[in-house]
Design a protein around this ligand. Sequence first.
Ligand code: CP
Length: 294
Amino acid sequence: MKKLLEICELKDEEIYYLINRALELKKNNNLLKKRNDIYIANLFFENSTRTKHSFEIAEKSINLNVIDFEVSTSSVNKGESLYDTCKTLEMIGCNMLVIRHSKNKYYKELESINIPIINAGDGSGEHPSQCLLDLMTIYEVFGKINGLNIVIVGDIKNSRVARSNYNILTRLGANVKFVSPECFDSDFGGEKVDFDQIIDKVDVCMLLRIQFERHKEKILFNNNDYNKKYGLTKERYKKLKENSIIMHPAPVNRGVEIDDELVESEKSVIFQQMANGRYMREAILEKIIIDNNI
Ligand code: CP
């Protein structure tokens, strides 16, 4: 694994290696080999709480030197291109880059950058590290992915999490369905179902935020109406199977895609996903360092 740009580039065995390694690191973080000779920069051109800071904690837990790169105080504001920023960081001695950008497939313009890039989210394209931590969480709960019934609910069309997760969960043998308002229907395949017809059959109920920042036209929603039709309400929660789980990549809009009280309910693994993010990102960094012989 020389880089991590799109989840489909990973073979099944690489995915299961990362899941098992992240679970191992969660149990015993002392297993990580410390490296204080590696420089890494996190370039976040879009806002982030979880991804940016869990990468930073993962990097610091390996003793990597984390470059303090902030888009707002960088020469990006003087018109520097993404390529020139990355090339500059490579030339001054950075060994790895973690990048989040609003442009889908921004990494295509970075093909001649000679240091590994980890995609921390590209527009509505992919979010591979989120996908891997979601797989880790599902595997941690069920001990398998194959054969699980999974519903992804919400703004499917604009969600990089839905795109990455649908592709890989399907490849790993899960049965994935979508629930969405028409304006957010998937444009990358998959079967749409009625939330109330499927709620009592799912093992995993994965909820998504409405991605207002990606909508080309302003879509007005009444939060209560959306919650009633597409939200995980207390009534729907009661219909979930005994051993089912609720997931959400977060940030969560409490009271919209999920009722406030359900965010930390018995079936919710939303905060477990966040905790797992650190360990999965440690496993990703470790594997890329080893495979590039850095
Ligand atoms: N899930 C996720 O990517 O969260 P952030 O936008 O806070 O990083």
